[in-house]
Design a binder for this molecule. Structure first.
Ligand SMILES: Nc1ncnc2c1ncn2[C@@H]1O[C@H](COP(=O)(O)OP(=O)(O)OP(=O)(O)O)[C@@H](O)[C@H]1O
Length: 304
Protein backbone atom coordinates (compact mmCIF):
# COMPACT_ATOMS: atom_id res chain seq x y z
CA UNK A 1 0.00 0.00 0.00
CA UNK A 2 1.62 3.17 -1.19
CA UNK A 3 1.62 6.41 0.77
CA UNK A 4 1.40 9.45 -1.46
CA UNK A 5 1.70 12.97 -0.14
CA UNK A 6 1.37 15.89 -2.52
CA UNK A 7 1.95 19.51 -1.55
CA UNK A 8 0.60 19.12 1.97
CA UNK A 9 0.39 22.16 4.18
CA UNK A 10 -0.76 22.66 7.78
CA UNK A 11 -0.61 25.73 10.01
CA UNK A 12 -1.40 26.16 13.70
CA UNK A 13 -2.48 29.81 13.98
CA UNK A 14 0.44 31.70 12.55
CA UNK A 15 2.89 28.77 12.93
CA UNK A 16 3.35 27.07 9.59
CA UNK A 17 4.27 23.57 10.83
CA UNK A 18 4.13 21.94 7.39
CA UNK A 19 4.62 24.29 4.48
CA UNK A 20 4.84 21.99 1.49
CA UNK A 21 5.68 18.32 1.83
CA UNK A 22 5.50 15.79 -0.98
CA UNK A 23 6.69 12.22 -0.75
CA UNK A 24 5.99 8.67 -1.79
CA UNK A 25 6.56 5.62 0.43
CA UNK A 26 6.36 2.22 -1.24
CA UNK A 27 5.34 -1.21 0.03
CA UNK A 28 8.28 -3.44 0.88
CA UNK A 29 10.45 -0.46 1.76
CA UNK A 30 11.47 1.48 4.83
CA UNK A 31 11.19 5.19 4.08
CA UNK A 32 12.90 7.56 6.50
CA UNK A 33 11.56 11.02 7.20
CA UNK A 34 14.49 12.99 8.45
CA UNK A 35 14.77 16.59 9.51
CA UNK A 36 15.78 18.86 12.36
CA UNK A 37 13.60 19.40 15.43
CA UNK A 38 10.47 21.33 14.58
CA UNK A 39 10.67 20.63 10.85
CA UNK A 40 7.12 19.26 10.70
CA UNK A 41 7.67 15.49 10.84
CA UNK A 42 5.19 14.80 13.64
CA UNK A 43 2.61 17.11 12.12
CA UNK A 44 2.87 15.25 8.81
CA UNK A 45 2.60 11.85 10.50
CA UNK A 46 -0.48 12.98 12.43
CA UNK A 47 -2.11 13.93 9.14
CA UNK A 48 -1.24 10.52 7.67
CA UNK A 49 -2.65 8.86 10.78
CA UNK A 50 -6.02 10.65 10.27
CA UNK A 51 -5.53 12.62 13.49
CA UNK A 52 -5.06 16.03 11.90
CA UNK A 53 -6.56 17.53 8.75
CA UNK A 54 -4.29 19.23 6.19
CA UNK A 55 -5.09 22.81 5.16
CA UNK A 56 -3.98 22.08 1.60
CA UNK A 57 -2.63 19.30 -0.56
CA UNK A 58 -3.53 15.64 -0.93
CA UNK A 59 -2.72 12.48 1.02
CA UNK A 60 -3.52 9.01 -0.26
CA UNK A 61 -2.88 5.77 1.57
CA UNK A 62 -3.56 2.87 -0.75
CA UNK A 63 -5.60 5.37 -2.73
CA UNK A 64 -7.69 6.27 0.33
CA UNK A 65 -8.06 9.81 1.65
CA UNK A 66 -7.51 10.08 5.44
CA UNK A 67 -9.80 13.13 5.56
CA UNK A 68 -12.85 11.60 3.90
CA UNK A 69 -12.19 7.89 4.56
CA UNK A 70 -10.60 7.88 8.03
CA UNK A 71 -12.02 4.55 9.15
CA UNK A 72 -10.76 2.67 6.09
CA UNK A 73 -7.35 4.28 6.53
CA UNK A 74 -7.23 3.46 10.25
CA UNK A 75 -7.90 -0.20 9.61
CA UNK A 76 -4.80 -0.32 7.40
CA UNK A 77 -2.30 1.67 9.46
CA UNK A 78 -0.28 1.11 12.60
CA UNK A 79 0.61 4.33 14.39
CA UNK A 80 3.36 4.72 16.95
CA UNK A 81 3.44 8.25 18.36
CA UNK A 82 6.55 9.88 19.73
CA UNK A 83 6.14 9.20 23.43
CA UNK A 84 2.79 7.83 24.48
CA UNK A 85 1.08 7.13 27.72
CA UNK A 86 0.28 3.58 28.68
CA UNK A 87 -2.71 2.60 30.70
CA UNK A 88 -0.92 2.37 33.99
CA UNK A 89 -3.20 -0.10 35.70
CA UNK A 90 -2.87 -2.68 32.91
CA UNK A 91 -0.16 -5.21 32.42
CA UNK A 92 1.92 -5.21 29.26
CA UNK A 93 -0.12 -8.07 27.82
CA UNK A 94 -3.41 -6.42 28.79
CA UNK A 95 -2.39 -3.23 26.96
CA UNK A 96 -2.07 -5.20 23.73
CA UNK A 97 -5.24 -7.22 24.37
CA UNK A 98 -7.16 -4.00 25.00
CA UNK A 99 -5.97 -2.56 21.71
CA UNK A 100 -6.89 -5.82 19.99
CA UNK A 101 -10.39 -5.65 21.51
CA UNK A 102 -10.74 -2.09 20.21
CA UNK A 103 -10.00 -3.45 16.74
CA UNK A 104 -12.60 -6.18 17.38
CA UNK A 105 -10.04 -8.93 16.88
CA UNK A 106 -11.41 -12.29 18.07
CA UNK A 107 -10.05 -13.21 21.56
CA UNK A 108 -8.25 -16.35 20.39
CA UNK A 109 -6.43 -14.56 17.56
CA UNK A 110 -5.76 -11.60 19.87
CA UNK A 111 -4.00 -13.88 22.35
CA UNK A 112 -1.76 -15.58 19.80
CA UNK A 113 -0.95 -12.31 18.08
CA UNK A 114 -0.19 -10.59 21.38
CA UNK A 115 2.19 -13.36 22.41
CA UNK A 116 3.94 -13.25 19.05
CA UNK A 117 4.31 -9.47 19.24
CA UNK A 118 5.66 -9.59 22.79
CA UNK A 119 8.33 -11.99 21.56
CA UNK A 120 9.12 -9.79 18.56
CA UNK A 121 9.78 -6.75 20.74
CA UNK A 122 11.42 -8.83 23.50
CA UNK A 123 8.89 -8.00 26.17
CA UNK A 124 7.73 -11.57 26.79
CA UNK A 125 9.49 -11.65 30.16
CA UNK A 126 7.61 -8.53 31.23
CA UNK A 127 4.22 -9.55 29.85
CA UNK A 128 2.55 -9.70 33.26
CA UNK A 129 4.12 -6.59 34.75
CA UNK A 130 2.19 -3.36 35.03
CA UNK A 131 2.98 -1.15 32.06
CA UNK A 132 3.78 1.78 34.36
CA UNK A 133 6.93 0.09 35.68
CA UNK A 134 8.47 -0.22 32.23
CA UNK A 135 11.54 1.81 31.42
CA UNK A 136 11.36 4.39 28.65
CA UNK A 137 12.93 2.05 26.14
CA UNK A 138 10.62 -0.80 27.15
CA UNK A 139 7.64 1.53 26.73
CA UNK A 140 8.90 2.38 23.25
CA UNK A 141 8.97 -1.31 22.41
CA UNK A 142 5.47 -1.76 23.79
CA UNK A 143 4.43 1.18 21.59
CA UNK A 144 5.81 -0.62 18.56
CA UNK A 145 3.96 -3.81 19.48
CA UNK A 146 0.79 -1.77 19.97
CA UNK A 147 1.16 -0.31 16.48
CA UNK A 148 1.31 -3.85 15.07
CA UNK A 149 -1.72 -5.34 16.83
CA UNK A 150 -4.07 -4.89 13.86
CA UNK A 151 -1.48 -6.39 11.46
CA UNK A 152 -1.35 -3.12 9.50
CA UNK A 153 -0.08 -2.82 5.94
CA UNK A 154 1.27 0.66 6.62
CA UNK A 155 3.37 1.58 9.62
CA UNK A 156 3.82 5.17 10.74
CA UNK A 157 6.48 5.43 13.42
CA UNK A 158 7.44 8.73 15.04
CA UNK A 159 10.97 8.58 16.45
CA UNK A 160 10.70 4.89 17.38
CA UNK A 161 14.36 4.67 18.36
CA UNK A 162 14.31 7.44 20.95
CA UNK A 163 15.16 6.11 24.39
CA UNK A 164 16.38 2.76 23.11
CA UNK A 165 19.71 1.33 24.16
CA UNK A 166 22.13 0.13 21.45
CA UNK A 167 20.93 -3.48 21.49
CA UNK A 168 17.27 -2.41 21.29
CA UNK A 169 18.12 -0.11 18.39
CA UNK A 170 19.71 -2.94 16.47
CA UNK A 171 16.69 -5.12 17.25
CA UNK A 172 14.35 -2.35 16.11
CA UNK A 173 16.27 -2.13 12.86
CA UNK A 174 15.81 -5.85 12.34
CA UNK A 175 12.10 -5.64 13.14
CA UNK A 176 11.60 -2.80 10.66
CA UNK A 177 13.51 -4.63 7.93
CA UNK A 178 11.44 -7.75 8.66
CA UNK A 179 8.19 -5.79 8.35
CA UNK A 180 9.30 -4.31 5.04
CA UNK A 181 10.28 -7.78 3.85
CA UNK A 182 6.68 -8.86 4.54
CA UNK A 183 5.60 -6.21 2.03
CA UNK A 184 4.53 -3.56 4.53
CA UNK A 185 5.05 0.14 3.91
CA UNK A 186 7.16 1.54 6.73
CA UNK A 187 7.51 5.29 7.23
CA UNK A 188 9.74 6.21 10.13
CA UNK A 189 10.81 9.64 11.36
CA UNK A 190 14.05 10.38 13.08
CA UNK A 191 16.91 12.79 13.32
CA UNK A 192 19.40 10.01 14.07
CA UNK A 193 20.83 9.67 10.62
CA UNK A 194 23.40 6.96 11.07
CA UNK A 195 20.73 4.58 12.25
CA UNK A 196 18.37 5.32 9.43
CA UNK A 197 21.06 4.88 6.84
CA UNK A 198 21.33 1.25 7.84
CA UNK A 199 17.61 0.54 7.89
CA UNK A 200 16.05 2.76 5.24
CA UNK A 201 15.74 2.21 1.51
CA UNK A 202 14.93 5.83 0.88
CA UNK A 203 15.21 9.03 2.88
CA UNK A 204 13.05 12.11 2.57
CA UNK A 205 14.84 15.13 3.98
CA UNK A 206 12.57 17.82 5.44
CA UNK A 207 13.38 21.21 6.94
CA UNK A 208 11.11 24.08 7.95
CA UNK A 209 8.06 22.19 6.84
CA UNK A 210 9.29 21.50 3.32
CA UNK A 211 10.48 18.30 1.71
CA UNK A 212 13.82 19.17 0.16
CA UNK A 213 15.16 15.99 -1.30
CA UNK A 214 14.43 12.29 -1.62
CA UNK A 215 17.50 10.14 -1.48
CA UNK A 216 17.59 6.50 -2.45
CA UNK A 217 19.91 4.62 -0.09
CA UNK A 218 20.70 1.55 -2.15
CA UNK A 219 24.11 -0.12 -2.32
CA UNK A 220 25.11 1.99 -5.29
CA UNK A 221 24.39 5.15 -3.32
CA UNK A 222 26.73 4.06 -0.51
CA UNK A 223 29.52 3.57 -3.02
CA UNK A 224 28.98 6.66 -5.16
CA UNK A 225 27.70 9.35 -2.79
CA UNK A 226 29.78 12.22 -1.55
CA UNK A 227 30.99 11.64 1.99
CA UNK A 228 33.43 13.25 4.42
CA UNK A 229 36.72 11.55 5.20
CA UNK A 230 39.09 12.40 8.03
CA UNK A 231 42.79 12.27 7.40
CA UNK A 232 45.38 12.12 10.14
CA UNK A 233 48.94 12.90 9.12
CA UNK A 234 52.33 13.35 10.74
CA UNK A 235 52.58 16.60 8.77
CA UNK A 236 49.20 18.37 8.77
CA UNK A 237 50.63 21.53 7.14
CA UNK A 238 52.14 19.52 4.31
CA UNK A 239 48.82 17.73 3.89
CA UNK A 240 46.91 21.03 3.77
CA UNK A 241 49.29 22.38 1.13
CA UNK A 242 49.01 19.20 -0.95
CA UNK A 243 45.21 19.28 -0.83
CA UNK A 244 45.18 22.97 -1.84
CA UNK A 245 47.57 22.26 -4.75
CA UNK A 246 45.29 19.49 -5.92
CA UNK A 247 42.08 21.54 -5.47
CA UNK A 248 40.60 19.14 -2.92
CA UNK A 249 38.17 21.06 -0.65
CA UNK A 250 39.40 20.50 2.91
CA UNK A 251 39.16 21.90 6.38
CA UNK A 252 41.22 21.40 9.51
CA UNK A 253 39.26 19.97 12.40
CA UNK A 254 40.60 19.52 15.93
CA UNK A 255 43.55 17.36 16.93
CA UNK A 256 45.60 17.79 13.73
CA UNK A 257 42.89 16.12 11.66
CA UNK A 258 41.85 17.30 8.24
CA UNK A 259 38.43 16.64 6.74
CA UNK A 260 37.81 16.33 3.01
CA UNK A 261 34.66 15.81 0.97
CA UNK A 262 35.05 13.09 -1.61
CA UNK A 263 32.55 11.95 -4.22
CA UNK A 264 32.40 8.17 -4.03
CA UNK A 265 34.55 5.43 -2.56
CA UNK A 266 36.55 5.02 -5.77
CA UNK A 267 37.77 8.62 -5.50
CA UNK A 268 38.43 8.24 -1.78
CA UNK A 269 40.70 5.27 -2.46
CA UNK A 270 42.48 7.18 -5.25
CA UNK A 271 43.05 10.20 -3.00
CA UNK A 272 44.69 8.05 -0.35
CA UNK A 273 46.93 6.37 -2.94
CA UNK A 274 47.96 9.78 -4.34
CA UNK A 275 48.77 11.15 -0.88
CA UNK A 276 50.96 8.19 -0.03
CA UNK A 277 52.64 8.26 -3.47
CA UNK A 278 53.57 11.91 -2.94
CA UNK A 279 55.13 11.21 0.44
CA UNK A 280 52.36 12.59 2.69
CA UNK A 281 52.70 10.51 5.84
CA UNK A 282 49.10 9.47 6.50
CA UNK A 283 48.46 7.76 9.83
CA UNK A 284 44.69 7.60 9.65
CA UNK A 285 42.05 7.71 6.92
CA UNK A 286 38.43 7.11 7.87
CA UNK A 287 34.95 8.12 6.88
CA UNK A 288 33.73 10.75 9.33
CA UNK A 289 30.21 11.19 8.09
CA UNK A 290 27.89 8.79 6.42
CA UNK A 291 26.76 9.75 2.96
CA UNK A 292 23.24 10.39 4.26
CA UNK A 293 24.61 12.79 6.85
CA UNK A 294 26.47 14.69 4.16
CA UNK A 295 23.32 14.89 2.00
CA UNK A 296 21.29 15.99 5.03
CA UNK A 297 23.75 18.70 6.06
CA UNK A 298 24.01 20.00 2.49
CA UNK A 299 20.22 20.06 2.07
CA UNK A 300 19.51 21.76 5.40
CA UNK A 301 22.49 24.13 5.44
CA UNK A 302 20.54 27.40 5.40
CA UNK A 303 17.39 26.07 6.97
CA UNK A 304 18.12 25.42 10.58
N1 LIG B 1 -0.61 21.93 18.05
C1 LIG B 1 0.31 22.84 17.72
N2 LIG B 1 0.10 24.15 17.96
C2 LIG B 1 1.01 25.08 17.62
N3 LIG B 1 2.19 24.82 17.04
C3 LIG B 1 2.48 23.54 16.78
C4 LIG B 1 1.57 22.46 17.11
N4 LIG B 1 2.12 21.30 16.73
C5 LIG B 1 3.32 21.60 16.20
N5 LIG B 1 3.53 22.94 16.22
C6 LIG B 1 4.73 23.63 15.71
O1 LIG B 1 4.95 23.20 14.38
C7 LIG B 1 6.32 23.04 14.11
C8 LIG B 1 6.59 21.61 13.65
O2 LIG B 1 6.42 20.72 14.74
P1 LIG B 1 6.54 19.13 14.62
O3 LIG B 1 6.25 18.57 15.95
O4 LIG B 1 5.73 18.68 13.47
O5 LIG B 1 8.09 18.98 14.26
P2 LIG B 1 9.05 17.69 14.28
O6 LIG B 1 9.80 17.74 13.00
O7 LIG B 1 8.23 16.48 14.55
O8 LIG B 1 10.01 18.00 15.49
P3 LIG B 1 10.81 17.00 16.52
O9 LIG B 1 11.91 16.35 15.72
O10 LIG B 1 11.33 17.97 17.53
O11 LIG B 1 9.79 16.03 17.05
C9 LIG B 1 7.05 23.42 15.38
O12 LIG B 1 7.47 24.77 15.26
C10 LIG B 1 5.99 23.27 16.44
O13 LIG B 1 6.23 24.16 17.51
Amino acid sequence: MTIEVQGVRRAFGDVLAVDSISLTANPGEVTALIGPNGSGKTTLLLMLATLLVPDQGAIRIDGLDPVTQPMQVRSRIGWMPDGFGTWDALTVREVLLTVAAAYRIAPELARTRTDALLATVHLDDLADRRARVLSRGQKQRLGLARALVNDPSVLLLDEPASGLDPRSRIELRDVLRGLAAQGKTVLVSSHILTELQEVADRAVIVARGRSLQTQSLDAEYAVTATASWRIDSLDPDGLTAWLADHHVPARRVGGGLTEVEVAGEENAARLLADLVRDGIRVTGYARSQGALESAYLAATEDRR
